[in-house]
Design a protein around this ligand. Structure first.
Ligand code: ADP
Ligand code: MG
Length: 222
């Protein structure tokens, strides 16, 4: 589902991430590990087609991202990728339910209020549909962000540091929810995290090294 080959992303002289190779099969659940600054967020952005590599190839669901025309990228992403960003980026001026409707609209899929209701129910946020994001707790906002990420049944679900500000119980619950929703949507899951608590909760890990150079790659583990 995700194939990465000879990938390097530079910002000037800084190598933000370098990965020789990484293959993620359909339906697998992976931890993307490595210390802060090792390139986890950059790699998620490359997989989501939010940024372009300096060199190398990213293939998602059989599509080489370099071949997707810039004008088609947002719609491709909206239909293919579910992203739970580190800062949740819920739109503050509109309700929880409208945040999910907006995700459907941006992907060019029709409104499906039944799907939204079922999903909010599944993440225990049914009673929050008409609230605006500032009226949510951290844990509630994250459950809503997970629902928004899977609303279009993405092939790939990416989550960036989803446990960063959560206590042990909520961290475990967030991981459970990501795995359950990925399974339900039939999505391949990649969770970027430097949180040691997350490692035992995912079956596979890909570890980026602390300071990647052009010749150093992330190594697979387990
Ligand atoms: P992680 O998510 O593992 O903490 P990041 O992907 O955020 O790592 O960053 C990897 C490296 O790339 C860091 O050294 C970071 O400072 C650098 N970096 C990321 N984005 C930029 C940018 N836009 N400009 C310059 N350097 C960047
Ligand atoms: Mg990061």
């Amino acid at each position: 589902m995700i194939e990465i080959t000879g990938l390097v992303k530079r910002h000037g002289d800084v190598v933000a991430v370098a990965v020789d190779g990484w293959q993620v099969a359909r339906g697998e659940a992976w931890l993307l590990a490595g210390p802060s600054g090792s390139g986890k967020s950059t790699l998620l952005a490359l997989i989501a087609g939010l940024t372009e590599p300096t060199s190398g190839r990213v293939v998602v669901g059989g599509a080489d991202l370099a071949t997707i025309r810039p004008g088609d990228r947002d719609r491709w992403r909206g239909r293919t990728i579910g992203l739970v960003p580190q800062r949740l980026h819920l739109i503050g001026a509109i309700s929880v339910a409208d945040n999910l409707r907006l995700a459907q609209r941006l992907a060019g899929v029709g409104h499906d209020d039944a799907r939204i209701a079922a999903l909010l129910e599944a993440v225990q946020a049914a009673d929050l549909a008409r609230r605006v994001p500032r009226e949510l707790s951290q844990g509630q906002a994250q459950r809503v962000a997970i629902a928004r990420a899977v609303v279009n049944r993405p092939a790939v679900l990416l989550a960036d540091e989803p446990t960063a500000s959560l206590d042990d119980e909520h961290a475990a619950h967030a991981l459970e929810l990501l795995r359950a929703q990925a399974l339900e949507a039939g999505a391949t899951l990649v969770v970027a995290s430097h949180d040691a608590r997350v490692r035992p909760l995912l079956p596979r890990a890909f570890v980026l090294s602390a300071r990647p150079g052009p010749l150093a790659d992330g190594g697979a583990a387990r």
